[in-house]
Design a protein. Structure first.
Lengths: 287, 292
């Protein structure tokens, strides 16, 4: 009996930690996805960038954790901003269709990910903390994530920024008519999104390490969380993230970690099929 | 000579892959990141049926085509009901599921250690050349067959229906036709013709590794389609030629193998971005000219 409760507790705790990690990057993704509707797969590369920056600054240069976190967050945020200003924004202004933006994003993902593997190699970089380090890394991850998540949710739900975002999502022309600068709004969302993915990547790297394609898995998780959370609200991404985290920790226990992504996907497809109005109800906007 | 034969076989494989993907990406306007998975599934069908069932090449190919088409339908079932982003997401997931299956089912596929000892085609006694020149002949035959088939398809009622569906979706549905059905057919056919490339690859390599069919391959196929052009079959040939030759040029330029692989991927990524900008600028300038 005691062993059973231990096990349940362990699975729940694992779910909470991985759920918070997914929720953080899913939130960052949903900020830009719900407003621009870009299939922003280059987000995967921003994650890798944050992870490698943290790994390099913390484990190679030996800087302490706050400095390394800051470096990762700043670099990811800058890259996110540049991606918007130099790639997406010009294309949006020239009236590119959503398919074209998607292809550009896939291209940028390839460029960034392979630049990173050119610099750091394709072998996974492990976090070299011991067992005690692991527990403190996970505690840090959990606490910091919960603080940041609450702050963002508070901002988007209680202030004018969240209102503008929702208005932009639902009716961009109307927002423009009311004199809200949608370009400036999107710019700040890309910045915020980059901050979040950089933080999420750094905290996870401190725990699990990083490899060039970790970001792609994380992107898929984030997307699943956003879809599962549904309804297009920012908080949906957070709820979806935690649900997916718990689910995955059960899958790891039952089937093993190598099947996580496949099971998550089958569940995503089931959600999309059983509750299709949850997806089509997300005000799908065609460019 | 052996080098030219090698290039010829690779070119044929890419031509089939890109022409098959063109049907989905260009003709049905469905961006997919799952073509690499079909390539892999076909190759494993091929190899396993040749190794365990001892089937000859032609019979194994038939099995791979049928198997791939069925898997195509399996993907299509959920995928075609979903639009835009959700379709791509589903194909991306499909890509990872097939990869995890080939990677984790070690008893069947050999997992990361790979699957070796795939038997070669039986050479007919009268063939004067060696094995690889025979495979080149077979590559040419299969490529021509696939292109003829896809050409016929475009000219048929099916092709006209497909164009009608893409250009006037609502009218198409209003006329009582199912857009879900035709999209599913497109995906299944494309998966089936992809199996021809898988067959050649499996026999030529004699060894399969899941890494050969990962997301990179799907993106490479997408790049090939975008590079050549979305609708014409000869454009698929141009795309195939470009992505076959770029690595060779890089190698001749003296790039070391390890860095070369990354640089090649960076180059292909840049190509995608440049192509999108080129299309946007062209349209933009066109629009300004029309204004005047």
């Amino acid at each position: 009996m005691n062993a059973l409760t231990d096990l349940v507790l362990q699975v729940l705790l694992n779910g909470l930690v991985s759920g918070s990690a997914i929720a953080l990057v899913a939130l960052g993704f949903s900020l830009v996805y719900h407003t621009t509707r870009i299939f922003h797969i280059a987000y995967a590369a921003l994650y890798a960038l944050g992870g490698y920056t943290f790994w390099f600054v913390h484990f190679q240069l030996g800087a302490d954790i706050p400095v390394s976190l800051l470096a990762a967050v700043l670099l990811s945020a800058t890259a996110s901003l540049l991606l918007w200003l130099l790639v997406y924004k010009p294309l949006v202004k020239m009236g590119s269709a959503s398919n074209e933006l998607m292809v550009a994003s896939i291209g940028m993902m390839m460029v960034l990910i392979y630049l990173l593997s050119l610099i750091f190699g394709t072998e996974p970089k492990l976090s070299s903390t011991g067992n005690d380090g692991l527990i403190s890394a996970r505690m840090l991850q959990l606490v910091l994530t919960l603080i940041v998540l609450s702050a963002i949710l508070l901002i988007t739900n209680k202030t004018n920024v969240g209102l503008k975002m929702r208005a932009f999502r639902d009716n961009p022309p109307l927002l423009k008519r009311f004199g809200v600068n949608s370009i400036r709004l999107t710019t700040s969302l890309f910045l915020l999104s980059g901050l979040l993915v950089g933080l999420g990547a750094a905290l996870s790297t401190n725990d699990l390490g990083i490899s060039p394609f970790t970001g792609v898995h994380v992107f898929i998780n984030a997307f699943i969380a956003v879809v599962a959370g549904g309804s297009g609200r920012v908080s949906g991404a957070v709820i979806g993230g935690f649900l997916l985290g718990f689910l995955q920790s059960v899958v790891v226990y039952v089937a093993g970690s190598e099947w996580i992504l496949s099971v998550s996907f089958v569940i995503l497809i089931l959600i999309m099929l059983i509750k299709p109005e949850g997806i089509t109800g997300m005000a799908y906007r065609r460019a | 000579m052996e080098y030219l034969i090698h290039i010829g076989i690779i070119l044929g494989i890419y031509s089939i892959l890109i022409a098959s993907a063109q049907l989905v990406i260009g003709h049905a306007r469905l961006i997919t990141l799952g073509q690499g998975a079909f390539f892999g599934a076909g190759a494993y069908f091929m190899a396993l049926s040749m190794i365990h069932l001892k089937l000859p090449f032609a019979a194994a190919l038939l099995l791979a085509v049928v198997g791939n088409s069925l898997i195509g339908l399996l993907l299509a079932l959920p995928a075609v009901k979903l639009k835009g982003d959700f379709f791509v997401l589903t194909t991306l997931g499909f890509q990872f599921i097939i990869f995890q299956l080939t990677y984790n089912l070690k008893g069947v596929t050999g997992g990361s250690t790979g699957l070796g000892n795939i038997p070669f085609i039986k050479l007919p006694g009268i063939w004067p050349g060696n094995e690889s020149s025979y495979l080149l002949l077979l590559t040419v035959v299969l490529t021509v067959l696939v292109f003829l088939l896809l050409h016929r398809l475009q000219k048929s009622t099916f092709g006209r229906n497909l164009r009608a569906m893409v250009d006037h979706e609502i009218l198409y549905k209003a006329s009582g036709r199912s857009e879900i059905k035709i999209k599913a057919q497109v995906i299944a056919i494309s998966a089936g013709t992809t199996a021809a490339a898988s067959a050649l690859f499996a026999v030529y390599m004699n060894f399969l590794d899941p890494q050969a069919f990962n997301l990179d391959k799907s993106i490479l196929i997408l790049t090939g389609v975008m590079l050549g052009g979305l609708t014409r079959l000869r454009h698929a040939l141009i795309g195939a030629l470009t992505i076959t030759l770029i690595p060779e040029v890089l190698r001749l330029a003296g790039l070391p193998a390890a860095e070369g692989a990354s640089i090649r991927q960076i180059l292909f990524g840049l190509v995608l971005v440049v192509l999108v900008f080129y299309a946007a600028l062209k349209r933009h300038n066109q629009g300004e000219r029309d204004m005047k």
